[in-house]
Design a binder for this molecule. Structure first.
Ligand SMILES: *Cc1c(COP(=O)(O)O)cnc(C)c1O
Ligand SMILES: [Zn+2]
Length: 402
């Protein structure tokens, strides 16, 4: 079986296992959604209930734990954002982010020999994708090489390392590393499951499939998603196109993508009315894991926002902090800074009047805050009491709580 590929932009097709079209844009796998109906969803676990829309069948093992994440609401979060917010908790995944959807599918495809000649896998990542790829490769018994930038926090390195990949920190431009690995992978028989490669995108479609199924027969008015490389955005857009083509959704939700203001090449291209995303010089942001200055699927994300009637917006670090704090203290949800942009962005589009207070918005919280000590900000020392003074302390505590 070969998986054929198609370019969303120029329509070129190929059976070669390439990530890029000759026109330079990233490829999509060709799938056939015709006739798909929600009744076709199976009883398989997690994302595999959409097997009929995916290019491979369920591999079992840890892949069973990918997808099937909760969609929760919280009145205080609605008040914070000013609209009806449905929080998609992607941090519930085995390695704590939506990347597991793409890894589950991508690794299984390589293990099944469906990804060309490659018998090893690799990735380039700031952390989450490295963790995810290394974990799923370990479970599938595939050799795995992981390239990370050399400024990655050491707590993340330790988590990646426990899955025992060949872990390499690389000095140099992150954007170039991405292209180099795709080129060198082909030469060395290693399938690089980078952020927006066709197999990963197929797995990442399932975020949107789950959101839409939860709203069926309606759809949410909008889906708000943090965006960096544009790989997740690409998957979400592809899923909406397939569902619409199949007639499983009557309307396509608007796609809003959120970036950190200090590094917002896609938002800048959107504001400028540009046809293509060009690279920027990145500034510092607390949302460092979405700070891709030269996003490989940036133009594809730009197109997705425009064609669905959404937008690409940039939020400040202060807005991100406020959203992260609200999620924790109002809803009991810990997210990493980059994921908090989804709620910050939702609040912003309501303020700007593009989303109505009566709308229903799915905000995708892409990753857990549990991996980063820095997520919590600087820890306060808390209170300190001697054992005999406990009763006194609690009297004061309940007094305060009244
Ligand atoms: C990877 C990642 C993103 C960005 O996804 P892209 O597909 O690169 O656009 C957002 N949030 C978290 C937590 C991530 O790990
Ligand atoms: Zn093309």
């Amino acid at each position: 079986m070969t998986l054929s590929r198609v370019c969303y932009d120029c329509g070129a097709r190929t059976n070669a296992p390439v990530a890029r079209c000759d026109c330079g844009e990233p490829m999509w796998l060709e799938t056939d959604p015709e006739g798909f109906d929600w009744d076709d969803c199976s009883d398989e676990p997690g994302m595999w209930r959409y097997e009929s829309l995916l290019p491979i069948s369920r591999p079992g093992g840890i892949a069973d734990a990918a997808g099937g994440t909760p969609l929760v609401t919280d009145a205080a979060i609605d008040a914070f954002a000013g609209t009806n917010v449905h929080l998609k908790l992607e941090g519930e995944h085995p390695t704590g982010s939506f990347k597991d959807r793409g890894s589950a599918l991508g690794i299984a495809a390589v293990a099944a020999g469906l990804a060309g000649d490659g018998s090893a896998v690799g990735t380039v990542s700031h952390g989450n994708m490295a963790m995810s790829t290394a974990a799923f490769a370990a479970a599938a018994d595939l050799p795995c090489v992981v390239f990370v930038p050399d400024d990655i926090p050491s707590e993340r390195l330790a988590v990646i390392d426990q899955f025992d990949p060949s872990l390499v920190t690389v000095a140099g431009e992150y954007g170039r590393l991405y292209d180099e690995t795709l080129r060198l992978g082909t030469e060395h028989g290693i399938v690089f499951l980078n952020s927006d490669v066709p197999l990963r995108v197929e797995g990442q479609k399932t975020t949107a499939l789950e959101i839409c199924e939860a709203f069926a027969p309606d759809v949410p008015d909008a889906i708000v998603l943090p965006v960096s490389s544009g790989g997740h955005a690409s998957g979400v857009w592809k899923a909406l196109r397939e569902l619409h083509e199949a007639g499983a959704i009557a309307d396509v939700p608007k796609l809003y993508f959120v970036q950190a203001a200090a590094c917002a090449p896609i938002a800048e291209a959107f504001d400028a009315g540009a046809d293509e995303v060009t690279s920027v010089v990145a500034g510092e942001t607390i949302a460092y894991s979405i700070a891709n200055a030269d996003p490989p699927s940036g133009t594809r994300a730009l197109r997705a926002a425009r064609e669905t009637g959404g937008a690409v917006i940039a939020v400040s670090d202060d807005e991100i902090r406020a959203a992260q704090h609200a999620l924790a203290v109002d809803a009991g949800i810990t997210v990493e800074t980059s994921s908090a942009t989804a709620l910050a962005g939702t609040k912003r589009v309501v303020e700007e009047g593009t989303i109505d207070p009566s709308d229903h918005v799915a905000a995708v919280l892409t990753g857990t805050g549990l991996k980063e000590a820095s997520t919590a900000g600087s820890p306060t020392s808390g209170d300190h009491v001697e054992l005999p003074a406990l009763g006194e302390y609690l009297t004061e505590f309940t007094g305060h709580a009244d």
